[in-house]
Design a binder for this molecule. Structure first.
Ligand code: GLC
Length: 420
């Protein structure tokens, strides 16, 4: 165990560049990714707080003037990734992608502040960081829920972080692939193509991106014009938790915001309605095409992470989660293995992801300690047996995707060194 802790730290350090950390040092992801960085910062906080803060600051330095923090920051201008910085052609101080990812950053900063028992005075040292996060979350409310319905839309599957999930299949099938699309993928040359998205999916990802580029990434237009506009249960759950954590941080710097508090209330009320506790189903809404989908994805259970006030909903969620993973040896499959879209090896369509386990654990730890502890131990065992892979088979535990994966190392450290 001690050796593996050392190996996890080493993995992070090796993936670290001067101000930020790559998702892996293999060639698959040669830039800084938004939610990866948040998980990585949390990992560092268990042994090097300076690295942790630096990671967060570098991520914040890529914030656009309107408040968005992009999903990729291309600190180095090379062409080693598709779509690369030229293909996106945006970003302000730092070249970036033109879309975002789950705002886990807010949750991580709160955890760090609480675990390190920062005094109010010390929290105030992070005043500008907290205000930048506020601007980021307000950006979501302003541009991803312009009609103030209480639920946030994502406009590209990549914004969810669970890029290739069957959650998006029906919506994606409606997208007409751009004529004469020209780009060259690199991912499926580095990792076995059978584990990566199909060509038809990638064509659609790039089609949406090109459409955004034509609209100069104007957030006012994108919501109405995007070829993809989905209200996702998992994303809204992460967003709600981020808002609650922001609210905590704002209180501590004496900057409490009534509008944030109001949105928390509205978001929670609307989110709960997407869960049917009798049928144990969750509904995603496709706003572009006006339909609902019900896919049994682990991300639906991120609702536990939001710390909903309603105890009976939390109880049903836990019951549903136990049922969801009943037959699996390795937890949690990203999509239920009973569902027709399940694929053991293709990413986000079945494999186990350490960040999903961590999110679920955090949601469970104050609601069902016993179950939370099982998840913690199973996750630790899996990583200790197989090391730091991007994802793992829920059937055999086989490590897949890229090796030396930063968030698997970071969250392993967090699981083993920290129970809070
Ligand atoms: C993949 C994942 C995404 C992650 C990125 C970098 O695109 O789907 O969640 O942020 O890789 O690790």
């Amino acid at each position: 165990m001690k050796n593996i802790i050392k190996a996890a730290k080493r993995t992070l350090i090796k993936n670290r560049r001067s101000k930020y950390t790559l998702p892996t040092n293999t060639k698959l992801y040669p830039a800084q990714w938004n939610w990866d960085s948040a998980f990585i910062a949390l990992g560092y906080s268990n042994f090097n707080l300076n690295y942790s803060i630096k990671e967060i600051e570098t991520l914040l330095s890529g914030q656009w003037n309107d408040g968005m923090i992009p999903h990729i920051l291309f600190h180095k201008k090379n062409l080693n990734y598709t779509p690369n910085y030229k293909a996106w052609n945006c970003g302000e101080k730092i070249s970036s992608s033109g879309i975002t990812q789950p705002p886990i950053l807010a949750c991580v900063l709160r955890l760090i502040v609480e675990r390190q028992k920062f005094s109010k005075k010390k929290i105030k040292r992070y005043y500008t960081h907290i205000l930048k996060i506020k601007k980021y979350l307000e950006w979501f409310i302003r541009y991803r829920d312009p009609k103030k319905t209480g639920l946030i839309s994502i406009l590209h599957p990549w914004e969810s972080g669970y890029d290739n999930s069957p959650l998006w299949d029906k919506s994606m099938s409606k997208i007409k692939i751009e004529n004469n699309l020209s780009y060259k993928r690199k991912d499926n040359k580095i990792v076995n193509a059978s584990q990566r998205p199909l060509a038809i999916d990638y064509d659609r990802y790039v089609t949406i991106k090109n459409h955004f580029k034509k609209m100069k990434y104007d957030p006012k237009k994108l919501y109405y014009k995007s070829k993809f506009n989905v209200i996702d249960v998992g994303f809204n759950s992460l967003f709600l938790k981020a808002l609650k954590d922001l609210d905590f941080l704002l209180e501590n710097i004496d900057k409490k915001s009534l509008s944030i508090k109001k949105y928390i209330h509205l978001n929670e009320k609307k989110l709960v309605k997407l869960f049917d506790s009798k049928k144990m189903t969750f509904k995603n809404k496709d706003l572009k095409n006006n339909f609902l989908t019900e896919i049994p994805s682990i991300t639906n259970f991120f609702m536990l992470f939001s710390d909903l006030k309603n105890k009976s909903v939390n109880k049903s969620l836990i019951k549903g989660l136990k049922k969801y993973c009943k037959n699996e040896k390795y937890l949690f499959s990203s999509v239920s293995s009973k569902h027709k879209s399940f694929e053991e090896k293709r990413y986000w369509r079945g494999p186990v992801w350490i960040n999903c386990n961590w999110i679920i654990y955090q949601g469970l730890k104050n609601k069902d300690k016993k179950f939370a502890e099982i998840i913690r131990k199973k996750t630790i065992n899996l990583v200790e047996k197989k090391r730091f892979w991007e994802y793992y088979s829920c059937k055999s535990g086989l490590g897949m995707g890229t090796k030396n994966f930063s968030w698997s190392a970071a969250l392993y450290l967090d699981f083993i060194l920290n129970r809070s």
